[in-house]
Design a protein around this ligand. Structure first.
Ligand SMILES: [Mg+2]
Length: 242
Protein backbone atom coordinates (compact mmCIF):
# COMPACT_ATOMS: atom_id res chain seq x y z
CA UNK A 1 0.00 0.00 0.00
CA UNK A 2 1.33 3.45 -0.83
CA UNK A 3 1.93 5.81 2.04
CA UNK A 4 0.02 9.04 1.61
CA UNK A 5 1.08 12.24 3.37
CA UNK A 6 0.29 12.12 7.06
CA UNK A 7 -1.26 14.95 9.00
CA UNK A 8 0.44 13.69 12.10
CA UNK A 9 -0.02 10.79 14.46
CA UNK A 10 -3.67 10.51 15.49
CA UNK A 11 -3.77 7.14 17.24
CA UNK A 12 -1.27 5.03 19.21
CA UNK A 13 -1.70 1.27 19.48
CA UNK A 14 -0.15 -0.85 22.20
CA UNK A 15 0.60 -4.55 22.09
CA UNK A 16 -0.11 -6.32 25.38
CA UNK A 17 1.88 -9.55 25.99
CA UNK A 18 5.52 -8.76 26.77
CA UNK A 19 4.89 -5.08 26.09
CA UNK A 20 2.55 -4.19 28.97
CA UNK A 21 2.89 -7.35 31.06
CA UNK A 22 4.99 -10.49 31.37
CA UNK A 23 3.95 -13.39 29.18
CA UNK A 24 6.68 -15.28 27.34
CA UNK A 25 8.46 -16.26 30.56
CA UNK A 26 5.40 -18.31 31.57
CA UNK A 27 5.26 -20.02 28.17
CA UNK A 28 8.99 -20.79 28.35
CA UNK A 29 8.55 -22.31 31.83
CA UNK A 30 5.67 -24.45 30.54
CA UNK A 31 7.82 -25.65 27.65
CA UNK A 32 10.62 -26.61 30.04
CA UNK A 33 8.13 -28.62 32.13
CA UNK A 34 6.79 -30.25 28.97
CA UNK A 35 10.27 -31.26 27.88
CA UNK A 36 10.89 -32.75 31.32
CA UNK A 37 7.68 -34.82 31.13
CA UNK A 38 8.38 -36.15 27.63
CA UNK A 39 12.09 -36.79 28.19
CA UNK A 40 11.11 -39.50 30.71
CA UNK A 41 9.98 -41.54 27.68
CA UNK A 42 12.54 -40.76 25.00
CA UNK A 43 16.14 -39.65 24.76
CA UNK A 44 15.74 -36.71 22.40
CA UNK A 45 17.39 -33.31 22.30
CA UNK A 46 14.93 -31.67 19.90
CA UNK A 47 11.66 -31.96 21.86
CA UNK A 48 11.31 -28.18 21.90
CA UNK A 49 11.88 -28.00 18.14
CA UNK A 50 9.27 -30.68 17.48
CA UNK A 51 6.78 -28.86 19.68
CA UNK A 52 7.45 -25.60 17.87
CA UNK A 53 6.93 -27.25 14.47
CA UNK A 54 3.64 -28.74 15.69
CA UNK A 55 2.51 -25.38 17.12
CA UNK A 56 3.40 -23.60 13.87
CA UNK A 57 1.34 -26.10 11.83
CA UNK A 58 -1.57 -25.71 14.24
CA UNK A 59 -1.76 -21.89 14.43
CA UNK A 60 -4.05 -21.83 11.40
CA UNK A 61 -6.36 -24.31 13.17
CA UNK A 62 -6.24 -23.31 16.85
CA UNK A 63 -5.08 -19.71 16.67
CA UNK A 64 -2.65 -18.24 19.22
CA UNK A 65 -2.64 -18.73 22.94
CA UNK A 66 -2.41 -21.21 25.77
CA UNK A 67 -5.19 -23.58 24.66
CA UNK A 68 -3.63 -24.11 21.24
CA UNK A 69 -0.25 -24.62 22.87
CA UNK A 70 -1.62 -27.30 25.23
CA UNK A 71 -3.27 -29.19 22.36
CA UNK A 72 -0.01 -29.02 20.42
CA UNK A 73 1.84 -30.34 23.48
CA UNK A 74 -0.52 -33.31 23.71
CA UNK A 75 -0.18 -33.99 19.98
CA UNK A 76 3.63 -33.74 20.14
CA UNK A 77 3.82 -35.92 23.25
CA UNK A 78 1.72 -38.65 21.61
CA UNK A 79 3.84 -38.52 18.45
CA UNK A 80 7.23 -38.43 20.19
CA UNK A 81 6.41 -41.26 22.62
CA UNK A 82 4.72 -43.44 19.98
CA UNK A 83 1.50 -43.07 21.98
CA UNK A 84 3.13 -44.36 25.17
CA UNK A 85 2.50 -41.16 27.12
CA UNK A 86 0.25 -41.95 30.07
CA UNK A 87 -3.09 -40.34 30.83
CA UNK A 88 -1.49 -39.07 34.04
CA UNK A 89 1.15 -37.18 32.10
CA UNK A 90 -1.39 -35.82 29.61
CA UNK A 91 -3.33 -34.60 32.64
CA UNK A 92 -0.19 -32.86 33.91
CA UNK A 93 0.14 -31.08 30.56
CA UNK A 94 -3.50 -29.93 30.69
CA UNK A 95 -3.00 -28.78 34.29
CA UNK A 96 0.05 -26.78 33.20
CA UNK A 97 -2.14 -25.01 30.66
CA UNK A 98 -4.74 -24.20 33.29
CA UNK A 99 -2.04 -22.79 35.57
CA UNK A 100 -0.82 -20.63 32.68
CA UNK A 101 -4.33 -19.29 32.09
CA UNK A 102 -4.67 -18.39 35.76
CA UNK A 103 -1.29 -16.88 36.54
CA UNK A 104 -1.48 -13.39 38.01
CA UNK A 105 -0.89 -10.55 35.58
CA UNK A 106 2.40 -8.84 36.24
CA UNK A 107 2.43 -5.40 34.65
CA UNK A 108 5.97 -4.45 33.62
CA UNK A 109 7.68 -1.65 35.58
CA UNK A 110 6.92 1.86 34.35
CA UNK A 111 4.22 0.76 31.93
CA UNK A 112 1.24 2.48 33.54
CA UNK A 113 3.08 5.81 33.68
CA UNK A 114 4.37 5.45 30.11
CA UNK A 115 0.95 4.62 28.64
CA UNK A 116 -0.73 7.35 30.71
CA UNK A 117 1.78 9.92 29.42
CA UNK A 118 0.98 9.02 25.80
CA UNK A 119 -2.77 8.91 26.55
CA UNK A 120 -2.69 12.50 27.83
CA UNK A 121 -1.71 13.58 24.33
CA UNK A 122 -3.24 11.04 21.94
CA UNK A 123 -5.98 8.40 21.87
CA UNK A 124 -4.56 4.98 22.69
CA UNK A 125 -5.85 1.54 21.81
CA UNK A 126 -4.75 -1.90 22.93
CA UNK A 127 -4.33 -4.46 20.14
CA UNK A 128 -3.55 -8.01 21.18
CA UNK A 129 -3.89 -11.55 19.87
CA UNK A 130 -4.42 -14.85 21.66
CA UNK A 131 -7.19 -16.70 23.47
CA UNK A 132 -10.16 -14.34 23.77
CA UNK A 133 -11.01 -15.40 27.36
CA UNK A 134 -7.41 -15.21 28.49
CA UNK A 135 -6.73 -11.84 26.91
CA UNK A 136 -9.94 -10.37 28.34
CA UNK A 137 -9.01 -11.65 31.79
CA UNK A 138 -5.49 -10.24 31.54
CA UNK A 139 -6.74 -6.82 30.43
CA UNK A 140 -9.16 -6.80 33.38
CA UNK A 141 -6.59 -8.03 35.94
CA UNK A 142 -3.86 -5.70 34.70
CA UNK A 143 -5.72 -2.64 35.98
CA UNK A 144 -4.75 -0.83 32.77
CA UNK A 145 -8.10 -1.05 30.93
CA UNK A 146 -9.09 2.49 31.97
CA UNK A 147 -6.19 3.93 29.97
CA UNK A 148 -7.37 2.56 26.65
CA UNK A 149 -10.15 4.01 24.53
CA UNK A 150 -10.69 0.61 22.98
CA UNK A 151 -9.39 -2.92 23.29
CA UNK A 152 -9.08 -5.04 20.17
CA UNK A 153 -8.47 -8.76 20.56
CA UNK A 154 -7.62 -10.09 17.12
CA UNK A 155 -6.79 -13.54 15.77
CA UNK A 156 -3.75 -12.44 13.76
CA UNK A 157 -1.64 -9.28 13.63
CA UNK A 158 -0.94 -8.86 9.94
CA UNK A 159 -1.41 -5.94 7.51
CA UNK A 160 -4.98 -7.08 6.69
CA UNK A 161 -6.02 -7.04 10.34
CA UNK A 162 -4.38 -3.67 11.08
CA UNK A 163 -6.00 -2.20 7.96
CA UNK A 164 -9.42 -3.43 9.11
CA UNK A 165 -8.96 -2.05 12.65
CA UNK A 166 -7.78 1.32 11.30
CA UNK A 167 -10.77 1.50 8.93
CA UNK A 168 -13.03 1.01 11.95
CA UNK A 169 -11.26 3.91 13.67
CA UNK A 170 -11.43 5.97 10.48
CA UNK A 171 -7.68 6.53 10.76
CA UNK A 172 -5.24 6.42 7.85
CA UNK A 173 -2.30 4.08 8.45
CA UNK A 174 0.07 7.05 8.07
CA UNK A 175 -1.54 8.51 11.21
CA UNK A 176 -1.08 5.36 13.27
CA UNK A 177 1.81 4.44 15.53
CA UNK A 178 2.14 0.98 17.10
CA UNK A 179 4.19 0.13 20.19
CA UNK A 180 5.20 -3.47 20.80
CA UNK A 181 7.84 -6.09 21.48
CA UNK A 182 7.37 -8.12 18.29
CA UNK A 183 8.83 -6.92 15.00
CA UNK A 184 6.75 -9.56 13.24
CA UNK A 185 3.37 -8.76 14.80
CA UNK A 186 3.56 -5.19 16.04
CA UNK A 187 5.99 -3.30 13.85
CA UNK A 188 6.53 -4.79 10.36
CA UNK A 189 2.83 -4.97 9.31
CA UNK A 190 2.18 -1.39 10.46
CA UNK A 191 5.26 -0.04 8.66
CA UNK A 192 4.17 -1.95 5.57
CA UNK A 193 0.85 -0.07 5.62
CA UNK A 194 2.67 3.26 5.88
CA UNK A 195 2.39 3.66 9.64
CA UNK A 196 4.89 4.18 12.45
CA UNK A 197 6.38 1.88 15.05
CA UNK A 198 8.22 1.89 18.35
CA UNK A 199 9.87 -1.45 19.05
CA UNK A 200 10.37 -2.29 22.74
CA UNK A 201 12.14 -5.67 22.82
CA UNK A 202 11.39 -8.03 25.69
CA UNK A 203 14.18 -10.10 27.21
CA UNK A 204 12.79 -13.31 25.67
CA UNK A 205 10.95 -13.77 22.37
CA UNK A 206 8.88 -16.72 21.17
CA UNK A 207 10.56 -18.26 18.09
CA UNK A 208 7.49 -17.42 16.00
CA UNK A 209 7.70 -13.71 16.82
CA UNK A 210 11.48 -13.72 16.46
CA UNK A 211 11.08 -14.63 12.78
CA UNK A 212 9.95 -11.10 12.00
CA UNK A 213 12.10 -8.55 10.28
CA UNK A 214 11.53 -5.09 8.94
CA UNK A 215 11.89 -4.74 5.20
CA UNK A 216 10.19 -1.42 4.58
CA UNK A 217 9.64 1.83 6.40
CA UNK A 218 12.53 1.46 8.83
CA UNK A 219 12.87 5.26 8.91
CA UNK A 220 9.39 5.32 10.45
CA UNK A 221 10.49 3.10 13.33
CA UNK A 222 12.40 3.61 16.56
CA UNK A 223 13.83 0.96 18.87
CA UNK A 224 14.01 1.67 22.57
CA UNK A 225 15.53 -0.39 25.35
CA UNK A 226 13.05 0.59 28.05
CA UNK A 227 9.48 1.84 28.27
CA UNK A 228 10.79 4.99 30.00
CA UNK A 229 12.10 6.06 26.57
CA UNK A 230 8.68 5.75 24.94
CA UNK A 231 7.53 9.36 25.28
CA UNK A 232 10.70 10.67 23.60
CA UNK A 233 10.47 8.14 20.75
CA UNK A 234 6.80 8.94 20.13
CA UNK A 235 7.52 12.69 20.21
CA UNK A 236 10.30 12.21 17.65
CA UNK A 237 8.12 10.23 15.25
CA UNK A 238 5.21 12.58 15.83
CA UNK A 239 7.38 15.49 14.71
CA UNK A 240 8.42 13.57 11.60
CA UNK A 241 4.82 12.69 10.78
CA UNK A 242 3.41 16.18 10.98
MG1 LIG B 1 3.78 -9.01 22.45
Amino acid sequence: MDATPSNGIALVGFDADDTLWRSQDYFDDAQTQFERIVSAYVDLTDIGKQLYECESRNIAIFGYGVKGMVLSMVETAVAITDARITATDIHRIVQMGKDLLRHPVEVLPGVREAVAAIARDLPVVLITKGDLFHQEAKVRDSGLADLFGRIEIVSEKDPTTYARVLREFDIDATQFLMVGNSLRSDIAPVLELGGWGVHVPYHVTWAHEAEGKVDVGIERMRSITGIDQLAAAVAELKALAS
